[in-house]
Design a protein around this ligand. Structure first.
Ligand SMILES: NC(=O)c1ccc[n+]([C@@H]2O[C@H](COP(=O)([O-])OP(=O)(O)OC[C@H]3O[C@@H](n4cnc5c(N)ncnc54)[C@H](O)[C@@H]3O)[C@@H](O)[C@H]2O)c1
Length: 369
């Protein structure tokens, strides 16, 4: 009989929907995997949560996350709630012997993140953090190209992650503006994706010097546009980094960049070439390679297709394109494979702690940086 894993999803907001879609699709796209059963869904909003359970075919619903963590039927706890709730849910789940699939960032402070990594070290369950952009076959290809020396020794990484979801100063205050609930602002949100992918491609970050900037110091309270609340974290962050191999980098991220919708983009300059990527065109990777005749030099665009697994599991033709939700399906596949094979998932809590350490070093600079 096929092996089965039962998952409980906590949080049915923006990314909760992407999770639920992935749970429904993963066995259809990857039929050889053990079965994933969307068993229990939890949200403190009972009306929205029950509607979500019905929409996505979860068998059971609760308003209390402890029901999921203590349920002996549940194998995997997925955490898709605001950041400050991740720690207690994850640690309790790990102590109960569950596998934990947690959204990024790990937590709101470095101490909480360290506690989560420590709990994971002492647990039997696997951990996986939702840095879904790493699942893009284009990024796997970029890493393969770097490892095989196509651009020579990588020397410099310039990355941005810009969106405009808070560009309008009238966008209401939310949990994302509170230090206690979100931690850092753009730095703890968009920039974490950039940090995770820069480390995936370039190695660990060992040197950090950064500055944050809050452009909109107050925002209207959602229910009353005449009342304002203070924004407690950053809108924009700029970081200079040094990677373990000696390469340098610049990371820049903004949640107030009008017109930028998901500009998670980077270029890597190597001794012999350059690689370019932009998540707004997530099925493309560009490469410039030397030597090339001076009159024929230029970037070559590679369209992602079945030659770049697991693209072919979704569609058989190049150029027909994966989307954001497909990256989550690949991430859930990786989770199930890791659990079934007993092999560590990437990025685990231990890997994601390295992202939190960069955030901490921007917020709490060491003398001389
Ligand atoms: N991987 C990605 O690309 C990505 C994208 C967006 C958000 N995220 C992460 O996902 C997490 C959630 O973000 P979001 O944008 O979906 O937020 P959201 O505000 O849209 O949704 C949060 C949900 O959690 C529920 N919730 C709040 N407290 C709860 C509790 N105590 N118990 C159960 N449910 C509770 C809310 O009712 C809501 O349904 C954050 O950590 C965020 O950083 C990741």
């Amino acid at each position: 009989m096929k092996q089965k894993f039962r998952i409980a999803l906590i949080g049915t907001g923006y990314i909760g929907k992407t999770h639920a879609l992935a749970y429904r699709s993963v066995n259809a796209v990857f039929p050889d995997l053990p079965e994933l059963v969307a068993d229990l869904v939890v949200d403190i909003d009972e009306t929205a949560g029950r509607a979500f359970a019905a929409q996505f075919g979860f068998a059971r619903f609760s308003t209390d996350w402890h029901d999921a963590v203590s349920d002996p039927e549940i194998d995997i706890i997925a955490i898709a709630t605001p950041n400050h709730l991740h720690k207690d849910m994850a640690i309790e789940a790990l102590r109960a012997g569950k596998h934990v699939y947690c959204e990024k960032p790990l937590a709101v402070t470095i101490e909480d993140s360290e506690a989560m990594a420590e709990a994971a070290r002492n647990a039997s369950g696997q951990t996986l953090v939702g840095y879904n952009y790493l699942c893009n076959p284009a990024l796997q290809l970029a890493r393969k190209m770097i490892e095989s020396g196509r651009i020579g020794r990588p020397l410099f990484f310039r990355g941005v992650n810009d969106e405009d979801y808070m560009a309008d100063p009238k966008t209401p205050h939310s949990w994302r503006c509170e230090r206690a609930k979100a931690g850092a602002g753009t730095l703890g949100d968009l920039a974490t994706h950039l940090i995770s992918l820069s480390q995936f491609l370039m190695g660990d970050i060992v040197g950090v010097a950064g500055r944050t900037y809050t452009a909109h110091a107050k925002r209207p309270v959602a229910s009353d546009q005449a009342a304002y609340r203070t924004v407690e974290n950053d809108d924009v962050v700029s970081v200079l980094v040094e990677f373990e191999g000696g390469a340098r980098g610049e990371l820049s991220s903004s949640r107030i960049a009008w017109g930028r919708k998901n500009r998670l983009a980077f270029e890597i300059h190597g001794e012999k070439g350059t690689i370019l990527f932009d998540q707004e065109r997530l099925n493309e990777l560009e490469i410039f390679e030397t030597p090339e005749d001076a009159d024929a030099q230029g970037f070559r665009k590679i369209l992602i297709g079945p030659a770049h697994p697991p693209y072919g599991a979704f569609v058989q033709s190049t150029g027909h394109q994966l989307g954001f939700n497909d990256l989550k399906v690949i991430e859930v596949k990786n989770l199930i494979e890791g659990i079934a094979n007993g092999s560590p998932c990437y990025p685990s809590f231990e890997d994601a702690l390295k992202v939190e350490q960069v955030i901490d070093r921007v917020l709490n600079p060491q003398p001389g940086t």
